[in-house]
Design a protein around this ligand. Structure first.
Ligand code: GRF
Length: 203
């Protein structure tokens, strides 16, 4: 399966996918990495792996809709079977989601439906939950609301701060992402309403 991965930051989830794809049995390869900003470690990781990269910044376009269209066309040119948002800090608009219907997945550092949005680890800490984690889901128009593909649970320790908690989440998140994306690449997924199962469907 052909993966296009979109990033905005450190790209450790991307790196985990690149490393997994080194094994042919994994069934996927990263054909391009895109970003909404320059100068991030995620892009450097792709370049070091010899993977084509592109940057489409919202500010380069006269409207958000034009940005969305440019992003859609650029991603489409790489003919992905699956688009993986791996720490991509922009919402993809309807044209993007229509073009790659049920083929865009995102990873979120909380156990959905708890703590959607940009501050999952901080809000989990603030709330005082004892268990949080990460969620891989099929992207829909909402913020972290799409059908859930996989989740992994992580304990909150008494002396955690946001960084220590997020780092512990990210270790589990990377494993979940690699496991689930590999299964999607090899088996496909079927989405029925909010229920997702591996196998059968489009890849
Ligand atoms: C991940 O925890 C992701 O879920 C969140 O930001 C982090 C990105 O990490 N949205 P990285 O760039 O993959 O290292």
């Amino acid at each position: 399966a052909r993966l296009v991965v979109l990033v905005s930051g450190a790209g450790t989830n991307l790196q985990a996918l690149i490393d997994a794809c080194a094994d042919p049995a994994y069934g996927a390869r990263v054909v391009a990495v895109g970003a909404d900003r320059d100068g991030i470690e995620g892009l450097a990781r792709a370049e070091r792996a010899g993977i084509p990269t592109f940057v489409r910044k919202v500010g380069q376009f006269t409207s958000r809709a034009y940005w969305d269209k440019a992003l859609t066309d650029t991603v489409a040119a790489f003919e992905p079977d699956l688009v993986v948002l791996a720490g991509f800090m922009k919402l993809c608009g309807p044209p993007f989601l229509e073009r790659f219907e049920q083929r865009v997945v995102n990873t979120h550092p909380a156990l959905s439906p708890a703590f959607p949005g940009m501050h999952g680890p901080a809000e989990a800490l603030e709330y005082g939950v004892k268990v949080t984690g990460a969620t891989l889901f099929v992207v829909d128009e909402g913020v972290d609301t799409g059908p859930i593909i996989a989740q992994t649970a992580v304990p909150v320790e008494e002396d955690d701060d946001v960084d220590s908690l997020h780092e512990r989440i990210k270790v589990a998140e990377r494993q979940m992402l690699v496991d689930a994306v590999g299964r999607i690449a090899r088996e496909g997924i079927t989405v029925t309403g909010r229920r997702v199962r591996f196998g059968g469907g489009a890849r």
